[in-house]
Design a binder for this molecule. Structure first.
Ligand code: SF4
Length: 184
């Protein structure tokens, strides 16, 4: 009979050396493992894609399984900015300010066609993709994307988080990327 105890799986340990009473590995692998399984998302939801996100947080899809049940409505305590919905040009500066208030390391997930490209709203008032104002790490396609797709996007972010070099945020390439967006 299947019990709760035998449905729980433990995350894989990183590569390393082990012997009687010790295990040694690289610092970045341990940091990556911890960060990957404790991402705190900030949901920036403006329209219908936000409803799909609500389903993603519900008991059936349960983003808590990925260690991300703790949503942050303060950018200062968030690692992952999830942008879901149509972003009007007037809202662009607010979104950028939220991004700038997040501490490094921070990641951005663009959920749905509107956030990624303006979607069906090819009009003068709608931003044609949030990557015009902030850098994006992963795009989730769809109008709307299903919760499974949002989870897939979060898992792709988890992969980036786990494998990112500890020095990437200090690199000249990363600074050049931010400078392109006018961010210090
Ligand atoms: S991509 Fe589609 S579902 Fe998502 S906010 Fe835009 S119109 Fe709504």
């Amino acid at each position: 009979m299947e019990t709760l105890a035998n449905t729980i799986s433990v995350g894989e340990k990183p590569e390393g050396y082990e012997g009687a009473g010790f295990f040694a590995t690289r610092l970045d692998k341990v940091v990556g493992l911890a960060r990957k399984n404790s991402i705190w998302p900030l949901p920036f939801a403006t329209s219908c894609c936000g409803i799909e996100f609500m389903a993603t947080m519900g008991a059936h899809y349960d983003l808590a399984r990925f260690g991300s049940e703790r949503l942050s409505f303060s950018p200062r305590q968030a690692d992952l900015l999830m942008v879901m919905g149509t972003i009007a040009k007037k809202m662009g500066p607010v979104l950028k300010q939220v991004y700038e208030q997040m501490a490094e390391p921070r990641w951005v997930l663009s959920v749905g066609a509107c956030a990624s490209s303006g979607g069906i709203f090819d009009t003068y008032s709608v931003l044609q993709g949030i990557d015009r104002i902030i850098p994006v790490d992963v795009y989730v396609p769809g109008c709307p994307p299903r919760p499974e797709q949002i989870i897939d996007g979060v898992m792709k972010i988890q992969h980036l988080v786990e494998t990112e070099s500890l020095r990437r945020r200090d690199s000249a390439e990363y600074k050049a990327l931010l400078n392109k967006y006018g961010i210090e």
